[in-house]
Unconditional design. Sequence first.
Length: 238
Amino acid sequence: MTALASSGLRARMESLDLLANNIANSTTGGYKADREFYSLYVAPEAGNSDSPAAMPVIQREWTDFGQGEIRSTGNPLDVALDGRGFLAATGPGGLLYTRNGNLRLAADGTLTTQEGYPVRNAQGGTLTLDGARAVHIASDGTVTQDGAVIGQLQLADFTSSAGLTKQGANYFRVADPSQRVSPTSTSVVQGRLEGSNAGSAEGAVRLVSVMRQFEMLQKAVTLGADMGKRAIEEVAKV
């Protein structure tokens, strides 16, 4: 019982780490929540999953790519993606993908992400805008100023999300570039931002639930230790 409860405690500690990170990013634009997938570890000597050697563990973590709420900001450089896909940007170590469309203009007019990474156009280059002129971004990502086409935002989707790994809170890298495809049903919405899909209320409820489970497992560990101590004492009396 003590071993099972200890394994459960470890799994709940990992869950608490995930929940804490999700709650901390509940207001981060385009953030995708991390979830856990539970399983049972069965020791090789165990004959079946009902054996005491079958212990609860977090088999793997996974990212929830569900779309967050799209809210209006009125900022012409803010864009939200309605549908699947990501914006592409050039990071310090190569290509990065994000759902956070809080874009900025660098001093030289280069369109960048919130962290200053240049946003890529459809050809793989950068977009340079005139900060003094109005910007219009169409639903297909085409950027124009005074009717002149400046370029088109590069949008990317992937045949499988399994190859995407998180880079920081808001970016993803792809292990296999051949999985990249162009999204077919995604609209770029100007003047809006996608919020985090890790709701603070949901996170708080789950946090309370995991904490209660943690406390119950702590009591089980204490009970198991007490039972072992009493058993030893009784044997010593005999």
